[in-house]
Design a protein around this ligand. Sequence first.
Ligand code: GLA
Length: 741
Amino acid sequence: MISVSENNIFVLGNSGFSYIFRISPEGLLEHLHYGGSLKSPFNVPIHHRRTPRGAVSHYKGLENVNLNAMPQEYPVFGTSDYRFPAIHMIQASGNTISDFVYVGHEIVKDKPRLAGLPSARGGDSQTLILSLVDSLSNVEVKLYYTVWEDYGVIARSVVVTNNGQAAVNLNHIYSSAIDLPFADYESLHLSGTWAREMNACRHNLAPGRFTIDSARGTSSAAHHPFLAVLEQGAGETHGRVFASTLMYSGNFSMSAETSEFGDVRLLTGLNPFNFNWKLEPGERFTTPEALHVYSGSGLSEMSRLWHDFIRDKVSPPKFKNRARPTYINSWEASYFDIDEDKVLALSDKAVQLGVDMVVVDDGWFKGRRNDKTSLGDWTEDEGRFPSGMDALAKAVKAKGLKFGLWFEPEMVSPDSDLYRVHPDWAIHVLGRRTSLGRNQLTLDLSRPEVCDYIYDSLDTLLSDGNIDYVKWDMNRNMTDVGSAALSPDRQRETAHRYMLGLYGILDRLTAAYPDVQFENCASGGNRADLGMLFYMPQSWTSDMCDPVGRLSIINGLSYLYPLDTTASYIGPSPNHQNGRMSSIKTRYLAGIFCPAKGISLSNSDIDADFEALKTHMDYAKETQLEFLGGRFTRIAHTQNKTIWQYETSDKQTIYVAYFNILSAPNLPFERAYLRALPQGAVYICQDTDAAYSSDVLMHSGLPLPYITTDPAHDGDQGQGQNLYMDEGDFSAHLFTLKRSS
Ligand code: GLA
């Protein structure tokens, strides 16, 4: 996995990729290759690096050593490189020039966990730790690189230690830099907003710096921490792809800078904007972990590499193969108008429908009748829950169900007992009126006493032992960022200290309650990132439950995330976000490959569609384990059509979900060309009894149901091999292909 030559060439990788750099004669880390696995990696060419390039600066006076043209592993600004640097440190003198030079390295078995931060798990891995020192300040930078034998991922992080005599300031510090050689590149990232998260966006990279970032205090739905740089024209099955993400839930930055020479610098890490970290002598700072994937054969392979890795090395192992309970959630059934009787009535419906769990969403705690009050006061509202939450949980469980409860622990309403006692616990700037979001303020999790309060509030309810599931919500971005507890020179540390506080709470809670299933939510997908998924096996990726909206969200998130990490429920029609009407079947099938499935409908809506809901919930239970650990493949996603393929982990079943958005007459006969099926396999289509070999499915295609208003004129009547979509708009069909040999 990691080897070093005598002349200090470092080779990291496995059979899937090689990542190579060397210690240059100047003592700098010079990047040599990232891409397909090389059989003779130490022979990788090093050329054209020290050539006159016009307006040249000579690093330390060395002729033609121009860092602006040298691919590096951890570049700085100001010593002949003019591109955006990986680290920018303000020295005690106020000067910003640093010169980090290699002093040594070690290779350790496996992977150390990052201090205070979520990080990918080791196992069959090796970590290279390189030490660089800036001799003037005596600040040491340690670069960590981990590679695994069986995964196409490289993990990078940085630990900075001030071994000098004076404080320095980290004005910005990225977790990783990768300098890719000249080529025509495109970028792919995921952009969106509330209820429209995860839209895939592709652009050509032009000279200059393309950045996605967040300064909102959450990783955010605006730009997700995922950036892929693709060889121009790369598609699902061809082309080189370099993809990155950051395992972090707060302010991040990812950029691709195309230099005047056409090569591209990728930076992944904390957002430098509005950030500073003061490092006193003896102090240490650890960056979040950047993860990188290389695929030589397009986006499907890139996603497969991410999915396998996230499932095995990021998500909580305990839940990996654990069936997700089906559920009824009270939110779109009753919103804030919830009480004990309504929960019991929903529980009765749950029993009739055969679902596993009832989740009490927002509105259950002291005085909470709308979104203007009570966040922070985590005791049940006695008027509406007179028996108490534990007694209610027991009553629900006595019906044979599991019980789930919603919290928004990081928030406080100005109209709450908590705020009246501790106004300084909210993030705010002294003397300024704070902006509200959904009428609420963000608690200052950079303060240990606030974190203890949050931990204790949840602990009080969870310790009764009757809560099986927690929906952990977070419904506003940060503004007016400042902490009453931090000194003026540390104010710009608040947002990152907040994240460390949050991760600390989650570390404690998940250790104390290992069997409680946590679902991550932030107004849907405003913080659906790998930092949160490290603690919580699933995310509520969007408040958009209309199937058409949901298809784009799922399609987009699948570039990075295995669908194992997602939940999806059948919401009302007309949909509450966009007013669209759709069938129960299409609403259900839009989330078919999300293993956590449920319903959020009122009792009367449930009654109106009882049979259809029962059929789907029964099927969801039957297939509870099928949609964990398998292989999801995007076959098509256009304005009017989505086709997805899913192969179960035992490779015995292929599901193909087909969605047609708007109907039209006289359409083409369409086929789905399936991918990456085992050679020589034969499947029986459960809809038609037709037998298909894997090569037919991949190369000749699976005939899709025809869209017509007149199936009665089917010339194939009797043979039963022609399939038809349900009439009208927003129709869906699920194929099940069972392997027979
Ligand atoms: C957010 C969540 C919803 C619901 C509400 C409750 O919007 O995304 O699912 O829990 O909060 O207030």
